[in-house]
Design a protein around this ligand. Structure first.
Ligand code: RIB
Ligand code: CA
Length: 316
């Protein structure tokens, strides 16, 4: 086994966030060394509690959880996503409380210290919520930010429109100013957007596999998904769930899983209908050092099988 990739997940759990974190913990290719929490699907206090409980569910309450931003950089969020993830963010399922407390350091400090302690270019940061924390890291600890090896972000949409508005994907929309700052920075960002997450649908047979073979973790993950299934049926008319965040973590765990093209991306930061839109220049492959690797190719069946098989491994 080659060296494990040091991994940080910046997350707003959130049902698909929970699956993504469980996937990372079941993947020997990566070493999840820090979880940072951010506002997003639900309020920060809840995303933080959920992160603690998901780690505890997997028997990994040793992984530090550092609390990040409670809201976007500039304009308040008009709404969150409790109607999709449940008021408490876990699909109405009460996970067992964790015995662990949060890390005493703010998220950006914990992340900066971790980055300064690793060789430059070795750490993968996987934001699977709004980019508020990463934008703050860029502003407060730029020298640490330059040491990031990869940013693998679930967010945005190059050519698939939006999910929270016709123009915007939720994570970009929840903090467009932060998304613009990160996506126009020299950080090596891979954008795993709706272009590849919407076609990647986890259907009920896959959920049944880890419900029955994944032990207590798999059964709990399946229970948490039930509300997400109902929301997907109501919103998209599909009998499955788009595992947005888990696909981003799959790319972080196995680099190159997704096809990507270097594109220039800017984010709509007006207060109008285009707020949060990730305006992606599809006219040309970008040579700019601020370009983003925009995910535009996916083997959805293989990605779903990867997720299901790893979640099943909790029952081994
Ligand atoms: O648009 C999907 C994203 O928004 C996912 O990260 C989901 O958890 C929500 O935060
Ligand atoms: Ca998320």
């Amino acid at each position: 086994m080659t060296d494990r990739i040091p991994l940080v997940s910046d997350t707003d759990p959130g049902i698909d966030d929970a699956l993504a974190v469980l996937l990372a913990l079941a993947s020997p290719e990566v070493d999840l060394q820090l979880v940072t929490t951010v506002h997003g699907n639900v309020e920060l206090a809840q995303t933080t509690e959920n992160a603690l409980r998901v780690l505890h569910l997997a028997g990994r309450s040793d992984v530090p959880v550092a609390v990040g931003a409670a809201g976007p950089l500039v304009h308040p969020l008009p709404e969150r996503a409790g109607h999709v993830h449940g008021a408490a963010g876990m699909g109405g399922v009460e996970l067992e409380p964790s015995p662990a407390a949060v890390d005493p350091r703010p998220a950006v400090v914990a992340l900066a210290e971790l980055l300064m302690a690793h060789e430059p270019g070795t750490v993968t940061v996987a934001p699977i919520g709004p980019l508020t924390n990463l934008a703050l890291l860029l502003a407060v600890f730029p020298e640490a930010a330059t040491r990031i090896g990869r940013v693998v972000w679930m967010g945005g949409s190059a050519a698939r429109g939006g999910n929270v508005t016709p123009a915007a994907e939720f994570n970009a929309w929840a903090d467009p100013e932060a998304a613009h700052a990160v996506l126009t920075s020299p950080l090596p960002v891979t954008m795993v957007g709706l272009d590849v997450t919407l076609p990647t649908v986890l259907t009920e047979p896959g959920i049944e596999r880890f419900r029955t073979h994944g032990g207590r973790v798999g059964a709990t993950a399946a229970a948490v998904l039930q509300q997400y299934l109902d929301a997907a049926r109501d919103s998209y008319g599909i009998s499955g769930v788009c595992v947005h965040d888990a696909l981003a973590l799959t790319e972080a765990i196995v680099p190159g899983t997704l096809g990507t093209t270097r594109r220039d991306v800017v984010v709509g930061t007006t207060l109008g209908a285009a707020r949060g839109q990730t305006l992606t220049d599809l006219r040309a492959v970008s040579t700019a050092d601020t370009a983003v690797e925009v995910a535009d190719g996916v083997d959805s069946d293989a990605a779903v099988e990867f997720l299901v098989s790893r979640l099943e491994s909790y029952g081994a």
